[in-house]
Ligand binder design. Structure first.
Ligand code: GDP
Length: 324
């Protein structure tokens, strides 16, 4: 039985990746930051019915000694570094923390692996935000990066240290440049979930309007359940490499609003208001990924469409609110 260590176990991807690995017969160990609200930290695992199936261990990406202790105990076959301060807007409020967790966290994990002379296959969760002010209409592995937020700068440092440790120490380290991926487990601070939660509130009569920022920004949105498969495929390859993971379809926030509101029989124009308070100091206008390499080398293709994603998220939020 293989053992996988997953950082960011309390997040959306931590939950879906755990589900996938458990189905494949892995022993999954999740790194957990000490929190006064431990129940909240595992609510996504519970949502997928995985409570109790993942072994949780205390540790923090900013604390090298805790990583050394955990790695020495767990001796994982695979390490998935998903842990991060992952909300772009917050990264301007807490740039140093974002740098320490999202950036230095990867340095710490790679260094801990090296110091212990372990040989796990390592996956780094890189991000399409690294493309920022895009240097090509369609972004692939050779598109130059131009980060536009402290979050993206931190992710870029983590990406390059992954490449560097692979080249310097022959580590099996891969970086997955994943475009936005969403699901009912997405945090409420991200725009898709904010929208589907808003749709559900309006539909159930709990609210009448939804305030958003820039409606013209465009993202290449996939479903997290599809994207964690690509992570796993990367760690199974003989040679570690970097891969763009995307759908190749880009839609604006406005278009996502249309999809989500119309799924509930509503017109977004009756409810959505633009509030400049949600604009960002620097915006990433349009992301659209070219995942040909992942398709050709990993055999990975996204299976869930944007329409299906929006519908699933609205339905889940309607259920969630109705239960409350
Ligand atoms: P990101 O791509 O990782 O930053 O994911 P987000 O879901 O946080 O944001 C995606 C895009 O939605 C960005 O271009 C935001 O400027 C835009 N956006 C517009 N209104 C909102 C809002 O109310 N909340 C968030 N989070 N994003 C918004």
């Amino acid at each position: 039985m293989k053992t996988a260590l997953v950082t960011g176990i309390s997040g959306q991807d931590g939950a879906y990746l755990s589900q996938l690995l458990l189905e494949k017969g892995y022993h999954v160990v999740g790194l957990m930051r000490r929190s006064s609200n431990a129940e909240k930290s595992v609510e996504r695992l519970h949502w997928l019915g995985l409570g109790g199936e993942v072994e949780l261990t205390d540790g923090d990406l900013t604390d090298l000694s805790s990583l050394i202790r955990v790695l020495a105990k767990v001796k994982p076959d695979e390490v998935y570094n998903l842990g991060a301060q992952s909300f772009v807007a917050l990264s301007w409020q807490q740039p140093i923390l974002t740098g320490e967790v999202t950036g230095m966290g990867a340095f710490n994990m790679l260094e801990a692996i090296r110091l212990l002379e372990l040989k796990p296959h390592f996956y780094q969760a890189s991000s399409s935000e690294m493309f920022g002010m895009v240097q090509a209409k369609l972004q692939n592995e050779s598109t130059p990066f131009y980060p536009r937020s402290p979050y993206a700068v931190s992710k870029l440092a983590a990406h390059w240290i992954t490449v560097n440790y692979r080249e310097s120490f022959a580590m099996h380290a891969s970086s997955g440049i994943l475009f936005n991926h969403e699901s009912p487990l997405r945090g409420i601070e991200f725009v898709t979930r904010k929208i589907t939660d808003g749709v559900a509130r309006i539909k159930l009569g709990l609210s009448t309007r939804l305030e958003l920022g820039n409606l013209e920004a465009a993202r290449d949105w996939g479903h997290a359940r599809d994207y964690v498969k690509a992570m796993w495929l990367m760690t199974q390859q003989e040679t570690p490499e970097d891969y763009v993971v995307a759908t190749g379809r880009s839609a604006t926030i406005r278009e996502f609003c249309e999809l989500a509101f119309s799924h509930a029989g509503l017109n977004y124009q009756d409810h959505v208001r633009v509030n400049p308070a949600f604009f960002r100091p620097a915006e990433v206008d349009c992301l659209k990924g070219d995942a040909s390499k992942a398709r050709e080398k990993l055999g990975w293709v996204p299976e869930i469409t944007l329409e299906e994603l929006a519908a699933e998220m609205v339905e889940a939020d309607l259920r969630r609110l109705a239960q409350k």
